[in-house]
Design a protein around this ligand. Structure first.
Ligand code: ADP
Length: 241
């Protein structure tokens, strides 16, 4: 699914979080929103998701204006840094949850749900852990369950907000490869927010560099690395982690 963001602005009180943002996201691409804390990355992601409304501007999905469409109708899968799994549910039930709460007419049968969940568990290589509870998993395993849960409802778009931020460096590295691998397999249009330039450079097809609520640069990792529009911002980002 392609996404077009046109003239999107957002103000919180007197603070202008986004200023006239324009962005074209190609179908099937893995896009990184990169920038320092407070630069507007999460706000932009939430507006695309439908979790937040823009003050001005509009959002098109495949050319269709969905600015007014409710979040539930946008077919989005989410993975957030602190998007906790349900602690009282097994891994299996966590992943199945989105399928069980579908309206009756769209709800798969129990057999279909089992098939789908087992397939997803295989994809994130957690087959043996279906009956565990989140507290029995490592941080990296939990985020893989979160990825599987987001994918369960076959979203047209995957939105990830600092998905690996809370994890240690080795696990983060492993999950980056996971994300790239899953994306290459599924070709879902995906946007992930990060303040880690290494992560963006390694994983993304294209990088959107944000600063003070505006887009400073859009380019491939090579372009952004070789000719940063704002070397200070890019160097600064590198020194954050
Ligand atoms: P980033 O993801 O780049 O760190 P955000 O989009 O989260 O930036 O935030 C941009 C700015 O908008 C921040 O300074 C933040 O304080 C402010 N902001 C974000 N959401 C809200 C909100 N719901 N209410 C008030 N201010 C907000």
């Amino acid at each position: 699914m392609s996404i077009t963001v046109t003239n999107v602005s957002k103000q919180f009180g007197k603070f202008q979080a986004l200023k006239d943002v324009n962005l074209e996201i190609n179908s099937g691409e893995l896009l990184a929103l990169l920038g320092p804390s407070g630069s507007g990355k999460t706000t932009l992601l939430r507006i695309i998701a439908g979790l937040e409304t823009a003050d001005t501007g509009n959002i098109l999905f495949n050319g269709e204006d969905i600015t007014e469409r409710h979040v539930r109708k946008r077919q989005v899968g989410f993975v957030f840094q602190h998007y906790a799994l349900f602690r009282h549910m097994t891994v299996f039930e966590n992943i199945a949850f989105g399928l069980r709460v579908k309206p009756r007419s769209q709800r798969p049968t129990n057999a279909q749900i089992t098939d789908r969940v087992m397939h997803l568990l295989q994809m994130v290589q957690l087959e043996g852990l279906a009956q565990r509870h989140p507290s029995q998993l490592s941080g990296g395993q939990r985020q893989r369950v979160a990825l599987a849960r987001a994918l369960a409802v076959e979203p047209q778009m995957l939105l990830l907000d600092e998905p690996f931020g809370a994890l240690d460096a080795r696990v983060r590295q492993e999950l980056r490869q996971w994300l790239r691998h899953l994306h290459d397999e599924l070709h879902i249009t995906s946007i992930f927010v990060t303040h880690d330039q290494e992560e963006a450079l390694e994983v993304a097809d294209r990088i959107v560099v944000m600063n003070h609520g505006q887009i400073e640069q859009i380019g491939t990792p090579e372009e952004v690395y070789d000719t940063p529009a704002n070397p200070f911002v890019f160097n600064f980002l590198g020194s954050v982690n």
